[in-house]
Design a protein around this ligand. Structure first.
Ligand code: UDX
Length: 438
């Protein structure tokens, strides 16, 4: 089996490495020469646990190759499309430029017997349109959405919760081809659903919309909790014990960011409006608003504490949109830094992996090389991303390294009692403030 993957970003690079690890002759294609150069050396262009090992294995064995020349896909049995679908500038809709360009670039190199399998997240209706574009070549199209989470991308690709194949009516050949590709995964009993194009496209965006809604639901409860003196983390524990609700994705805090959830819920609404169903997904506007209000709240809390203390220096721990990633796309933590800085505050940040990406996204940000360096002169310590190393900080140690005695936990990830016992005022999002032990 010969596999090609178009697009070597967070999705494509992992998918290509995973395909090679299943024993397939795999080719990764990207227009970015620098990215391809790194991948050829077996170096991932971004931080993702488990990926370096997989890349080195594939590149070393010669089963995983990378190129910028799309004509090398000739002879592939399956060509996956894994390019980005970012938010279009000046609009909520998805920008399909890269998907369209990928398909156009393939047309001269595909034919009878080739399966093009889309993995990118696209607005419903895209697969049908692309299938018609590809049809004259004799190649087939399937839509095979990807549900991987950054930080767990390798695991999610090789051991997914389910596989979804969107295929044209009676296209058994494409189903059989995908079954062959995923045979090692299917053999473990992984669920596989065969649906039509529209369903496959909707499965992906509705899954993300549901997850975003779940996070904003608990963040709405956090907003109320702040007013009435309730503790949203205890509330989440209590409602999460109802198996119908479940505790996962009920962590209140700074909310969701990243390259997927924010732009996907916006693109989903935009597509629904185009289809005459603007109201159907009107609630996603609220989901988005609740999410963004949490960042406002964080900035307000930090400002309030700085005003009270007569200081202006903030140590921000965490910049990535979530732990185990160096991705700062629409990162709540970075957004808070930007707004504090715009408000004249002096921000010094630290992130174990995202220093480089954050530095590129916000060149004016002062990024420290260590936690100690970030907190040394701070008036207030803020937690923006719940990296394990921040959770494990010993607050009495921290107290010896900084003059700050206020910690604002934007992820409700710190052990508030321990921090209070070590002399800190602990302020969470949606939780009663905890005063320092006397
Ligand atoms: C998401 C989907 O989970 C994945 O299935 C899809 O394929 C792509 O989008 P990802 O963007 O990698 O994956 O991150 P995810 O783990 O879903 O977290 C998204 C954001 O929500 C992060 O900013 C995270 O901090 C936040 N989050 C998550 C919360 O604020 N609370 C939670 O309880 C869970």
């Amino acid at each position: 089996m010969k596999i090609a993957v178009i697009g070597c970003g967070y999705l494509g690079a992992v998918h290509a490495a995973a395909m090679a690890s299943l024993g397939y002759d795999t080719l990764g294609v990207d227009v970015d020469e620098a990215k391809i150069e790194r991948l050829r050396r077996g170096e991932p262009p971004f931080f993702e646990p488990g990926l370096p090992e997989l890349l080195q294995q594939g590149v070393g064995a010669g089963t995983l190759r990378f190129t910028t020349d799309v004509s090398e896909v000739v002879g592939s049995d399956v060509i996956f499309i894994a390019v980005g679908t970012p938010q279009r500038a000046g609009s909520d809709a998805a920008d399909l430029t890269y998907v369209d360009a990928a398909v156009e670039s393939l047309l001269p190199h595909i034919g009878e017997g080739t399966l093009v399998a889309g993995k990118s997240t696209v607005p419903v209706g895209t697969a049908q349109r692309l299938a018609e574009r590809i049809a004259p070549t004799g190649a087939a199209l399937a839509w095979n959405p990807e549900f991987l989470r950054e930080g767990f991308a390798v695991e999610d690709t090789l051991a997914p919760d389910r596989l979804v194949y969107g295929v044209a009516d009676r296209d058994d050949a494409s189903v059989a081809r995908l079954d062959a590709v995923y045979a090692p995964i299917l053999e473990r009993g992984t669920d596989r659903l065969v649906v039509n194009f529209a369903t496959a496209e909707l499965v992906k965006v509705s899954a993300n919309a549901f997850l975003a809604t779940k996070i904003s639901f608990i963040n709405a409860m956090a907003e109320l909790s702040e007013t009435v003196g309730a503790d949203v983390t205890q509330l989440a524990d209590a409602i999460g014990l109802d198996a119908r609700i479940g505790r996962r994705f009920l962590n209140a805090g700074l909310g969701f960011g990243g390259g997927c959830l924010p732009k996907d819920i916006r693109a989903f609404q935009a597509r629904a409006a185009e289809l005459g169903h603007g109201e159907t997904l009107g609630f996603l506007r609220e989901v988005d608003q609740i999410n963004l209000r949490r960042r406002d709240r964080m900035v307000t809390l930090i400002d309030r504490e700085l005003a009270r203390l007569g200081g202006d220096r903030v140590a921000m721990l965490g910049l990535a949109f979530k732990p185990n990633s160096d991705d700062v796309r629409d990162s709540p933590a970075l957004d808070v830094c930007r707004r504090l800085q715009e408000g004249g505050r002096v921000v010094r940040a630290f992130d174990p992996e995202a220093a480089e990406t954050a530095g590129r996204a916000m060149p004016t940000l002062d990024i420290a090389g260590s936690i100690d360096e970030a907190i040394r002169d701070a008036d207030v310590i803020a937690l923006g991303t719940e990296w394990q190393q921040f959770r494990e900080l010993d607050p009495s140690e921290v107290a010896t390294r900084t003059g700050a005695r206020v910690v604002i936990d934007g992820r409700n990830a710190l052990d508030a009692k321990r921090w209070a016992a070590a002399g800190f005022t602990v302020i969470g999002l949606g939780r009663p403030e905890m005063a320092p032990a006397a």
